[in-house]
Design a protein around this ligand. Structure first.
Ligand code: PAF
Length: 281
């Protein structure tokens, strides 16, 4: 495994890999867990060479405290990557290296995908994501780039980004990896108390029941039912539960048989914000 921190070094190493047929990229913000491990393993199995980036991107945080509290665990991350494969190149640049002296995101029009759910609750979030993902894709020029379906809205936005910027890369979406109680793996789970981490199974359980109800109940009935599950819970605050189609992420009006739908949820467990989603059909 090779750790690189500057764009110049990165270019030199990538140039020496030009003859390799297939390059895979797994962009991360570090604090790696089994969800990331599954992306890296998939990338390793599908490519001749893999680059993992570790960069806590400041422009995608609308909340300063959230950014400050974001866990930084480089040593453990490198160990996890090394255990998967010793041939991986890790690019872990500083903020200055990526943004030079202008820590600012570009402004994107993702055709409305950016205005709902995470975009509605986290100001400028997807401009920040678009900016860093575009920068990394242009710097590294992978054939394939891997993203988790836990951030399904992000995944669809990155697909749109690639279309808008005409980037020659295949975006690979990977299934959500869950803790034994169903809670979606996330770096934020580390910030939950043991009890809350256990109780947070309610998020996935609600989604599973929503899926069961989807065949017979209306979206409104299902959303109301989920709202009720969280209403009286002292430790949770439901931010949203929305059923949308997967392509445009618009709230469902009338179910159409040829369309795919998902339920999306965001919940505060005390001050820790958790998101999850499930395919309904
Ligand atoms: O999903 C993440 O970890 C981040 O949003 C990403 C894609 C690495 C961009 O900073």
């Amino acid at each position: 495994m090779l750790l690189i921190e500057t764009e110049n070094e990165l270019r030199t190493h990538l140039a020496s890999l030009l003859e390799k047929k297939q390059l895979g990229l797994v962009p991360t913000m570090g604090a790696l867990h089994k969800g990331h491990a599954s992306l890296i393993k998939k990338a390793v199995s599908e490519n001749d060479f893999v680059v993992v980036t570790i960069f806590v991107n400041p422009t995608q945080f609308d909340n300063k405290e959230d950014l400050q509290k974001y866990p930084k665990t480089l040593e453990e991350d490198l160990k996890l990557i090394h255990e998967i494969s010793q041939g991986i190149l890790v690019f872990a640049p500083s903020v200055e290296e990526v943004y030079k002296n202008k820590v600012q995101s570009k402004s994107y029009d993702f055709g409305g995908l950016e205005n709902v759910m995470e975009g509605a609750f986290r100001d400028g979030h997807f401009d920040g994501v678009g900016t860093i993902v575009s920068t990394l894709l242009k710097m590294i020029r992978p054939n394939k780039a891997y993203f988790g379906e836990k951030d399904f809205q992000q995944l669809q936005i990155i697909r749109k980004l690639v279309e808008i910027e005409k980037l020659d890369v295949t975006i690979v979406g990977c299934p959500i990896v869950r803790e034994p109680n169903g809670l979606a793996m996330s770096s934020r789970n580390e910030r939950l108390s043991k009890t809350l981490r256990q109780e947070a199974s309610l998020i996935y359980e609600s989604l599973v029941t929503a899926k069961e109800k989807f065949g017979t109940k209306s979206a409104k009935d299902i959303e109301d039912w989920v709202i009720k599950q969280f209403e009286d819970h002292p430790d949770f605050r439901l931010e949203y539960i929305i059923i949308t189609d997967v392509d445009r992420l618009l709230p469902i009006t009338k179910k159409q048989h040829d369309k795919k739908y998902r339920a999306f949820i965001a919940v505060y467990a005390n001050e820790v914000r958790l998101i999850d989603n499930i395919a309904l059909n």
